[in-house]
Write a new protein. Structure first.
Length: 118
């Protein structure tokens, strides 16, 4: 069974997991099993993040989010893509739109699917 989800990282560490609603409902339905309850209790010790902070990362510009996940500066990403740092800054603006070739180059350098940048 393939499970579709998205992880959102900060400084290379997973900070959030985004699941389809139906999968989340299925997980909730299974909570009666003792092992699941134990896992949830253990996870409850993890820090919680407020809604505003979660939305900030979920809706962050994808180039910026991927770059921060790799702990790269704009200059480092520019070097890897052989473009100017100003180009990276432009690509990181809210609402930026990328040409197909740009999406493919970004996907290759970050090791993700090109659809990340749609």
């Amino acid at each position: 069974m393939t499970v579709e989800y998205q992880t959102i990282k900060e400084n290379g560490e997973v900070k959030f997991v985004v699941l389809p609603v139906e999968l989340f409902k299925t997980i909730l339905d299974r909570l009666e099993e003792k092992e699941d309850l134990r896992d949830i209790r253990e996870a409850s010790d993890e820090p919680l993040y407020d809604e505003e902070e979660a939305e900030k990362y979920i809706f962050m510009n994808p180039v910026k989010r991927e770059r921060l996940e790799k702990r790269w500066t704009q200059q480092e990403l520019a070097r890897r893509l052989e473009v100017k740092q100003a180009t990276i800054a432009k690509w990181e603006r809210p609402g930026a739109v990328y040409r197909k070739k740009t999406r493919e180059r970004l996907a290759k350098v970050f090791g993700v699917n090109a659809s990340t940048f749609l």
